[in-house]
Ligand binder design. Structure first.
Ligand SMILES: [Mn+2]
Length: 325
C-alpha cells in the first residue's frame, strides 16, 4: 500500500526535501507549504524548494519565505526522502531535477493523468482536484498537526486548481476538504480577493490590448487570444499578468477550445489550452510535446506566429471532428 508506505516515511523520517514545479501555481506552492509546515510542527527538518518565479497572487501565503530557489542536494546526503509535488515528470521541477539522484526514496505525489510514474513511490490520484487534497489526506493519515496556516495553503491549492470550485475536477471531496479548512479559520472571501479577484492596473492595460486579438475559428468552436512581447512591454506587464486571460475566449458561447498564445521569445510561443466540454486538450497538447489535464493543458512551439497558429488549428480540427460534436 503506497499510502501506508508514505505515511510511514513521514512518521519515521527526520529530514525531508520537498519540491514542486517551476513557474508554480497555487497548488504547487500551497502543497509544498502545507506539508512543509506540518512536518516542521512535528519537529522534522525540511528543505522547501521551488525554482519560481512565484506569482504575486499567491506571494502572501504563510511560510512563503521558507521556500528556496537554489540548493545543491548533491552536497548533502542525509535526507530521508525526496517529495515531488504536482509534476507530471521530474523535469517539471526545473534545473534541480538533474541533481537529485542521491536522495532516496523519490516520492512522486501528483494528479496529472499523463504522469510518468518517475518516483520510487508514486501516489498519483487523477481523481483528486489538486495535490493539496492529497496532502490533506496524508497529513491526517500520518497524524501530522494541522493549523490555520496549513489549512489556508490547502484551501488555496484546491481553490486555484478547481478555478474556485468551477472546473470539472471539482468533487464532493474538494468541497469537503475546503469546508474542513474553513473550520480551521480560513476566510474564503479574503483569500478569493487576493488569489482570484485582485487585478493590478497593468494587468487591466494588458487585458484591454489582448481582448482586441480575440478570434474564432472552426465554426466558432476554437477561440484564440494572443499576447505579443510588444503588448507586454507597452502595458509594462509580465506573463503573470496574463494569468486566466484564456478564460475570455473560452467564455464565448459555442467555444469548445479556448487558446491563449503568448510570445515568450523571438519566434517562440506558449500555447495554453482549455476545453469547455469534451475535447481532451492534454492529448491535443501532447502532439506538440506538451501535456496537462483533459480540460487544461499547454505546450511551446517555435516558428512564426502564423505558422505555429496554423499548425495548431490543423491539429485541433481533427480533435473537433473525430471525438464528437
Ligand atoms: Mn495541480
Amino acid at each position: 500500500m503506497i499510502l501506508n508506505n508514505i505515511t510511514d516515511i513521514l512518521k519515521k523520517g527526520k529530514r525531508f526535501f520537498l519540491a514542486s514545479h517551476k513557474e508554480p501555481d497555487g497548488d504547487a506552492i500551497g502543497s509544498l507549504l502545507a506539508l512543509g509546515e506540518a512536518l516542521i510542527l512535528s519537529g522534522k527538518e525540511v528543505v522547501l524548494f521551488n525554482e519560481g518565479p512565484i506569482p504575486d497572487s499567491i506571494a502572501f501565503l504563510k511560510g512563503i519565505e521558507r521556500i528556496v530557489n537554489s540548493f545543491n542536494p548533491e552536497s548533502e546526503s542525509d535526507f530521508d526522502a525526496l517529495f515531488v509535488f504536482d509534476c507530471g515528470n521530474l523535469e517539471r521541477l526545473g534545473r534541480i531535477s538533474l541533481h537529485l539522484s542521491n536522495i532516496k526514496p523519490l516520492i512522486n505525489i501528483d494528479h496529472h493523468e499523463n504522469n510518468s510514474q518517475f518516483g520510487d513511490l508514486n501516489l498519483v490520484d487523477i481523481n483528486s482536484s489538486s495535490v493539496g487534497e492529497i496532502i490533506y489526506r496524508l497529513i491526517k493519515l500520518a497524524d501530522l498537526p494541522m493549523n490555520e496556516n496549513i489549512a489556508e495553503n490547502i484551501f488555496v491549492a484546491i481553490q486555484t486548481d478547481t478555478g474556485s470550485f468551477r472546473y470539472e475536477n471539482t468533487t464532493r471531496e474538494s468541497f469537503a476538504v475546503a469546508s474542513e479548512m474553513l473550520g480551521w479559520g480560513v476566510n474564503p472571501w479574503k483569500i478569493s480577493r487576493k488569489v482570484m479577484d485582485e487585478y493590478t492596473l497593468k494587468k487591466i492595460r494588458l487585458l484591454k490590448a489582448a481582448l482586441k486579438t480575440i478570434e474564432l475559428c472552426h465554426a466558432g468552436k476554437v477561440g484564440l487570444i494572443t499576447i505579443t512581447q510588444q503588448m507586454f512591454s507597452k502595458a509594462k506587464a509580465d506573463h503573470f499578468d496574463s494569468e486566466r486571460f484564456i478564460d475570455y475566449p473560452r467564455f464565448i458561447s459555442g467555444v469548445e477550445i479556448g487558446v491563449l498564445i503568448r510570445e515568450i521569445g523571438k519566434d517562440y510561443y506558449k500555447f495554453s489550452l482549455r476545453s469547455n466540454d469534451w475535447v481532451n486538450v492534454a492529448d491535443l497538447a501532447s502532439h506538440f510535446g506538451g501535456g496537462g489535464h483533459p480540460r487544461a493543458a499547454a505546450f511551446t512551439r517555435e516558428g512564426s506566429l502564423e505558422l505555429v497558429k496554423q499548425e495548431f488549428l490543423n491539429k485541433a480540427f481533427g480533435f473537433l471532428r473525430n471525438v464528437r460534436s
